[in-house]
Design a protein around this ligand. Structure first.
Ligand code: PMP
Length: 346
């Protein structure tokens, strides 16, 4: 039996998100934190494995509400923030507009759900091309606009003023995806939730040391939360993840230390990469650095052979690779290996 005949055409045309595990000594490809919260796993109590998890993730939402200074009814919990992209496109539909290059899941999920896509190239400074976006808002009337800030993979924050203009111009929803905001000096969009009824902010615990738990949050006005909640799977965040996340989030000192270590290392890594001839690193406000190198595909493969895994984004940005900020030892190894590889590839 030819199963492919039964698959919907838009799914047949899709490429799966490339999250293939390539075992390497140093893993710097997925924007994870190099530091975990192993101690939060100890003495996790009160979990009844025979019962479903709390469908409302009450304790988790309470602690997040306090941390972010919003009301619990303005927060929805997700199995990673990826899950919300599904929920949002399911709830509001398309056209879905986003600048490119950006996080690939906005496009993958919109295609999977057969929604129209409007992609707009960033300007030469990797900021929003405001005039083009405003023009396309008028012409295509997008239902959702996704803006990753800081943007993955470019690492910069789009200008706050331009985003505000987009929010004011569109009749649709604007999602500001703040997955990497903890590593930036810029302030986020949470304070605007009350001002703009069409604004949604997305956050995740994945980049700050808890990627394995798969926990993300959506923060918005209660009307949006109520509608998106209708398409949420009832037990989307499991009991263990809820319990461990609550413990980790209580440990504010460790969270702050991890974020500070990563941003300090990012500055050192950038300065070191900036001195390497034949590559161009781009300034970053996230936990990764985008860099341009001559033959990206060859450099990528040669790095793997020597035990370093980075992200190859040559297909969306010609000549570019993205490296996640690791521990000081991992970064030193990456820099040494990159220099060796470049000496052979040039
Ligand atoms: N948004 C952006 C911009 C990302 O880069 C990622 C992870 N690569 C996500 C969301 C998804 O994060 P999560 O692990 O919370 O699903």
């Amino acid at each position: 039996m030819n199963v492919r005949r039964l698959v919907k055409k838009n799914v047949l045309r899709l490429n799966a998100y490339n999250a293939r595990e390539i075992p390497c000594r140093v893993k710097l490809d997925a924007n994870e934190s190099p530091y975990g919260f192993a101690k939060s796993l100890k003495n996790v109590s009160g979990i009844h494995t025979n019962r479903y998890p709390d469908p409302e993730a009450t304790a988790l939402r309470m602690i997040i509400a306090k941390d972010l200074r919003v009301k619990p009814e303005n927060i929805l919990h997700g199995n990673g923030s990826d899950e919300f992209i599904y929920y949002l496109v399911t709830t509001f539909g398309g056209p879905v507009l986003y600048p490119v290059p950006t996080f690939s899941m906005y496009g993958i999920i919109s295609r999977a759900l057969e929604e129209k896509i409007v992609e707009i190239p960033l300007d030469t400074a990797f900021d929003l091309d405001l005039q083009k976006i405003l023009g396309l808002i008028k012409k295509k009337n997008p239902k959702i606009i996704f803006l990753s800030r800081p943007n993955n993979p470019t690492g910069n924050c789009f200008s706050q003023r331009r985003i505000q203009e987009v929010i004011q111009a569109t009749k649709g929803i604007v999602v500001v995806d703040e997955a990497y905001l903890p590593f930036s000096d810029q302030s986020g969009f949470l304070p605007f939730i009350r001002t703009y009824k069409n604004l949604i902010v997305m956050r995740t615990l994945s980049k700050i040391g808890l990627a394995g738990l798969r926990i993300g949050f959506l923060i918005a006005g209660s009307e949006i939360i109520r509608e998106v909640n209708k398409v949420r799977l009832p037990y989307n965040v499991n009991s263990l993840s809820q319990a461990v996340a609550v413990k980790a989030l209580k440990d504010k000192k460790s969270l702050r230390t991890v974020i500070a270590k990563i941003t300090t290392e990012r500055k050192k890594l950038f300065a070191a990469m900036d001195k390497i001839p034949n590559i161009t690193p781009f300034p970053s406000e996230a936990n990764f650095i985008l860099f341009e190198t001559g033959n990206a595909a060859a450099v990528y493969s040669a790095l793997i052979k020597k035990g370093v895994l980075v992200k190859n984004i040559n297909d969306i940005m010609k000549g570019c690779l993205r490296v996640t900020v690791g521990t000081p030892r991992e970064n030193t190894f990456f820099l040494k290996t990159l220099k060796e590889v470049l000496a052979k590839n040039w």
